[in-house]
Ligand binder design. Structure first.
Ligand SMILES: *[C@@H]1O[C@H](CO)[C@@H](O)[C@H](O)[C@H]1NC(C)=O
Ligand SMILES: *[C@@H]1O[C@H](CO)[C@@H](O)[C@H](O)[C@H]1NC(C)=O
Ligand SMILES: *[C@@H]1O[C@H](CO)[C@@H](O)[C@H](O)[C@H]1NC(C)=O
Ligand SMILES: *[C@@H]1O[C@H](CO)[C@@H](O)[C@H](O)[C@H]1NC(C)=O
Length: 178
């Protein structure tokens, strides 16, 4: 480990680096069907996109100061935020409340837990994409999740790396100019 790596590592641990980061959201699950699959929203109506697994990989800007995640490519007119609407995980305008945090191991936390995401098909989404793809749903209690849905956690990964958190740390040290 060279000196810069050590310094970077220390900075990560103490949370010194707070610049916005480009990230991907990745499903982590015991179930191989969805483990490692990227999250990507699809437009269901004029202003709302629902989150799905396996339809692509969406690049979010993670504003670490207030844990907002937004996709700058959705609209020039508004900021499209990742948010929870009841049991739906959507990308839409109008973010009002702090809903997400990120654990020290870089997992998305909602309502104090990482184990709150479920992949479900045939959810009756407006555009019926869930007949083919797994939609991302939120449930605080597993017993409330639909039968046959697959529980997973959401890993927040640097968009510039593929797996190792050490790689991620090094990358942030090079990228972070502020
Ligand atoms: C993974 O989920 C699919 C779909 O629900 C299911 O058919 C399969 O049995 C699950 N695999 C494991 C190992 O639980
Ligand atoms: C989050 O913080 C950024 C940077 O300070 C700010 O521009 C943005 O408006 C904040 N978003 C919300 C929803 O508070
Ligand atoms: C959704 O798609 C499935 C599979 O193509 C089809 O069986 C179902 O009728 C569709 N549902 C609606 C509401 O269009
Ligand atoms: C948050 O979690 C608690 C405990 O599991 C649950 O009772 C509550 O309904 C959850 N809130 C939301 C908004 O899901």
């Amino acid at each position: 480990m060279n000196l810069r790596t050590l310094v970077t590592f220390a900075a990560i641990i103490t949370g010194v680096l707070t610049a916005p980061k480009d990230v991907h959201l990745i499903a982590k699950s015991d179930n191989k069907t969805i483990d490692g699959v990227g999250l990507c929203s699809i437009r269901e109506s004029l202003t709302v996109s629902y989150m799905f697994l396996g339809t692509g990989i969406e690049r979010f800007t993670w504003e670490t100061t207030n844990n907002t995640f937004f996709d700058t490519t959705v609209s020039d007119m508004y900021v499209a935020y990742l948010q929870r609407w009841g049991n739906l995980i959507v990308v839409a305008a109008g973010y009002t409340d702090s809903q997400f945090t990120v654990s020290p191991c870089n997992y998305l936390v909602v309502n104090g837990s990482e184990r709150v995401f479920y992949a479900a098909k045939s959810t009756n989404d407006p555009a019926n994409y869930s007949s083919s793809y797994y939609q991302v749903l939120y449930y605080a209690e597993e017993e409330d999740a639909p039968d046959d849905s697959i529980p997973f956690s959401v890993y927040v990964e640097s968009a510039d790396t593929t797996s190792s958190s050490i790689q991620t740390a090094t990358l942030y040290s090079t990228d972070s100019s502020s």
